[in-house]
Design a protein around this ligand. Structure first.
Ligand code: ZN
Length: 219
């Protein structure tokens, strides 16, 4: 069968969708470029990251080498590998409702950068974010929410104060505030200063599927 032949060809290629060579991998901007290029493949319906099988996973048993790290919301409409057209082993992904930097998220991203050698971290918010909407509502009417959901709100409060009650503006403000939090890490700040790390701010539009980069205040 023709499809069987095609599968065999794909299996011979160890990393079919990563175009970054070793030199490019050490350039933080190259990783960001590949993320954006992958997102353009996604929005244009020309995805190339179709191989997601056990054999590919098994090729990475020795050492993971993700070319970028992403902090995104846990929202089911933000499947990170899918929207950046990437497959197994390419992205180090941390997700939490509201894409906020908790102590554990900070530790995870420090691990990605300092131990795994990931040269780019993208913090990405998205339109219609339920966590941000809930934090805005909590600030407005202080109604109780079930369980421990309210534990999210203190992390989002600075953005709500800065840009609320507009959800979209608050999402964008929150991304920039979380980027600023990451920059407070002496470990990450040292890597940025040494030209080994780039931290970018992104916004994912659910209706278009497009990720746009947000301008960050000069530091
Ligand atoms: Zn969200």
């Amino acid at each position: 069968m023709a499809s069987g032949t095609q599968e065999r060809v794909e299996t011979d290629d160890s990393r079919p969708t990563v175009s970054l060579n070793q030199t490019e991998k050490s350039r933080p901007e190259a990783a960001l470029d590949e993320l954006i290029a992958g997102n353009r493949r996604f929005t244009s319906g020309r995805t190339s990251s179709h191989r997601r099988d056990l054999a590919l996973l098994q090729q990475m048993m020795e050492k993971p080498e993700p070319f970028a790290a992403v902090l995104s919301c846990a929202d089911s409409r933000v499947p990170v590998e899918v929207v950046f057209d990437q497959t197994i082993g390419q992205l180090f992904v941390t997700r939490v409702a509201g894409n906020m930097v908790t102590v554990e998220i900070m530790a995870s991203l420090e691990y990605a950068a300092a131990v795994l050698g990931t040269h780019t971290i993208l913090v990405m918010g998205h339109s219609r974010c339920g966590a941000v909407t809930a934090a805005i509502q909590a600030a407005q009417n202080a109604q109780a929410v079930p369980g421990q959901i309210s534990a999210l709100f203190p992390h989002l409060e600075p953005a709500v104060k800065q840009a609320g009650p507009d959800v979209d503006a608050t999402v964008r403000a929150n991304v920039l505030l979380q980027v600023a939090r990451l920059r407070e890490s002496p470990l990450l700040a040292g890597m940025i200063e040494g030209g080994k790390l780039l931290i970018a701010a992104g916004y994912f539009d659910l209706s278009s599927g497009a990720v746009t980069l947000l301008d960050q205040p000069q530091v």
